[in-house]
Design a protein around this ligand. Structure first.
Ligand SMILES: C[S@@+](CC[C@H](N)C(=O)[O-])C[C@H]1O[C@@H](n2cnc3c(N)ncnc32)[C@H](O)[C@@H]1O
Length: 314
């Protein structure tokens, strides 16, 4: 078994999706297969689980699970969930899917993979791409201008020391290109005041690594693109559940559900509706669901998880 990943908010997601025998469900982020296996049992032999992941590590792992444990009602699909509609087209079309789940970000197995550079705690080649081609992360770090680096560190990492870190990266790469996660951590560490590092609740490189990963994989764009496709695929009464791990992702999900739960989305200054927009979703989580203390004790990663759920209207 190559995969170690404790699913986050598993029972909350499964309950929220309200799956029944015979349902077709899409797991947009297969990962270690925790959600997929649960969905597979809930929809039974007559149901179908279409499970997408961009990362070969996750897909291979689940192929191994299927060899030994079955889960024959699961179809594994390689691809980016930003192309969800096309990826599932051979199996299911508009208005036919009972539930769609997205559990965003990385799995523990990806973080632990020493051949990649996702984690700042281990030294590996600088490759934070889900589909492991390894080119784009090095481009971000070695080719993005100082201004672009500042922008991604601020926007995607909410890093207060964005300028200082970006400057240090630009200076360091003039001497030699930055090729490993260990070297990047070193540069970030040297650029920050000791007091700032000591005050940091998380590792001092956390926010920059997150930002670079988000930029490498165009993660926010992928999320913004998949949500309307999910809405199109769901049948009336079908449910969408999204688990996110940072505020930028959660904001995209929250705003999408808010907008799609309203009839008119004209700007407030327009006196009479001209948009003709009709609500297509019912928001089932006014406040996001978060993990309880027991789960957080067992799995610290659950601490930042937020689940939002919506139901497709008729
Ligand atoms: C947090 S893990 C999912 C864990 C899973 N729910 C479980 O129970 O094991 C996220 C997975 O989504 C994949 N992923 C992230 N963004 C993706 C995207 N845009 N398209 C396809 N897969 C993506 C990652 O490769 C990773 O395997």
């Amino acid at each position: 078994m190559i995969y170690q990943h404790k699913p986050v908010l598993l029972s909350e997601v499964a309950t929220a999706l309200n799956l029944k025998n015979g349902d077709v469900v899409i797991d947009g982020t297969l990962g270690g297969g925790g959600y997929t296996m649960e969905f597979s049992s809930l929809v039974g032999k007559t149901g179908r689980v279409l499970s997408i992941d961009a990362d070969e590590l996750a897909l291979n792992n689940f192929r191994q699970i299927q060899k030994t444990k079955g889960f024959d009602n699961v179809k594994i699909i390689k691809g980016n969930f930003r192309d969800m509609f096309d990826l599932v087209k051979p199996d299911v079309g508009t208005g036919l899917v009972a539930a769609i789940a997205l559990d965003l970000g990385l799995s523990s197995a990806q973080l632990d993979d020493l051949n990649r550079g996702f984690a700042f705690s281990t030294d590996g080649p600088l490759d934070m791409s889900f589909d492991s081609n390894g080119i784009k992360t090095r481009q971000v770090v070695n080719k993005f201008s100082e201004a672009e680096l500042i922008k991604i560190f601020r926007n995607y990492g909410e890093e207060p020391m964005a300028s200082r870190i970006a400057k240090a990266i630009v200076v360091a790469r003039r001497k030699s290109s930055i090729e490993s996660s260990g070297r990047l951590v070193e540069i970030i560490g040297e650029s920050l005041p000791a007091a700032y590092k000591a005050r940091s609740r998380n590792h001092f490189a956390t926010r920059v690594f997150q930002a670079i990963r988000i930029a490498t994989n165009h993660e926010l764009q992928a999320l913004a693109e998949v949500l309307p496709q999910a809405l199109r695929l769901l049948k009336p009464g079908g449910r969408l559940a999204v688990v996110s791990f940072h505020s930028l992702e959660d904001r995209i999900v929250k705003n999408f559900i808010k907008q799609e739960s309203k009839d008119c989305i004209c700007p407030p200054m327009v006196p009479v509706c001209v948009c003709g927009h009709l609500a297509r979703l019912k928001n089932l989580t006014k406040k996001p669901v978060i993990a309880n203390e027991d789960e957080i004790k067992l799995n610290p990663r659950a601490r930042s998880a937020k689940l939002r759920v919506a139901e497709k209207l008729n």
